[in-house]
Ligand binder design. Structure first.
Ligand code: NAD
Length: 250
């Protein structure tokens, strides 16, 4: 029960890594505040968590809307009294293709969802964590853009590398007030984002030393470590949970 009495906000909570993190955090005592676009998914997850004896609240919205970040923080504080952790996890790959053929619109959309949203989240979450007396901020980055460059994913990689820079800057700005800020870099993970094309999944497995992809819960457990007091001296880190993607050359 590492999160007893704590409130954790999670974006991208309607599926994949975000939903898995919400379930595991709630099972360890956290009140979870769920954000994503698909209201019916969030409502179902909140009901499921409450059915297991947990506490959950949700609000549907788009992380590219700067106001949505404030709505989530307000819900956390109004419903559960304070915000102790925020997992800025929503993300999207965008259109795959070479940069020279990429539209300006795609570049902007990928930046807005993966990087601008992290900035807007941090701006409202930092004051809330300060009001709570400290806490943890976490961003989902990726192996793409850091340990690997993948053809067709340059915008996504650039945005995710930017998220790591944002996390490091925030860690330096807020370490002295007990606010830790980290980035989590998942390897390939079996979520909606990875899709269900067997040929692509096989290709992606081969990029990892472990020759498999992660279950969302495996990434969620790394996220919970960084959000928990177990990581009390970890800040400014870019933690790979990548099944050896970075070290795999064959
Ligand atoms: P997913 O598609 O299951 O989840 C993405 C979540 O983000 C969903 O809840 C989706 O609704 C939400 N989302 C996307 N755009 C949004 C927007 N504009 N506003 C609000 N919510 C939005 O995929 P996932 O793998 O669980 O992705 C979670 C994070 O992990 C993402 O940041 C992704 O980039 C990152 N990631 C995934 C992999 C992978 O292989 N699956 C690898 C590395 C990093």
């Amino acid at each position: 029960m590492r999160f007893a009495g704590k409130t954790i906000l999670i974006t991208g909570a309607s599926s994949g890594i975000g939903a898995a993190t919400a379930r595991l955090a709630a099972a360890e005592g956290a009140a979870v505040v769920l954000g994503a676009r698909r209201a019916e998914r969030l409502e179902a997850l909140a009901r499921e968590i409450e059915g297991e004896g947990g506490r959950a609240a949700w609000v549907a919205g788009d992380v590219t809307d700067p106001g949505f970040a404030g709505e989530l923080v307000a819900l956390a504080e109004e419903r559960f009294g304070a915000l102790h952790g925020a997992f800025n996890n929503a993300g999207m790959v965008g259109e795959m293709g070479p940069v020279e053929e990429m539209t300006e619109a795609n570049w902007r959309a990928v930046m807005a969802t993966n990087l601008d949203a992290a900035f807007h989240g941090a701006k409202t979450q930092i004051p809330a964590l300060r009001r709570a007396g400290g806490g943890a901020l976490l961003f989902t980055a990726s192996f793409v853009g850091t340990s690997s460059g993948l053809p067709g994913m340059a915008a996504y990689g650039a945005a995710k590398a930017g998220v790591i820079g944002l996390a490091k800057g925030l860690a330096a700005e807020h370490g002295a007030e007990g606010i830790r800020v980290n980035a989590l870099l998942p390897g390939g993970t079996l979520t909606e984002m990875a899709g269900d094309d067997p040929a692509f999944i096989d290709f992606a497995k081969g990029l990892h030393a472990m020759k498999r992809l992660a279950e969302p819960e495996e990434i969620a457990r790394a996220a919970l470590f960084l959000l928990s007091e177990e990581a009390s001296f970890v800040t400014g880190a870019a933690l790979l949970a990548d099944g050896g993607n970075a070290v795999s050359k064959v």
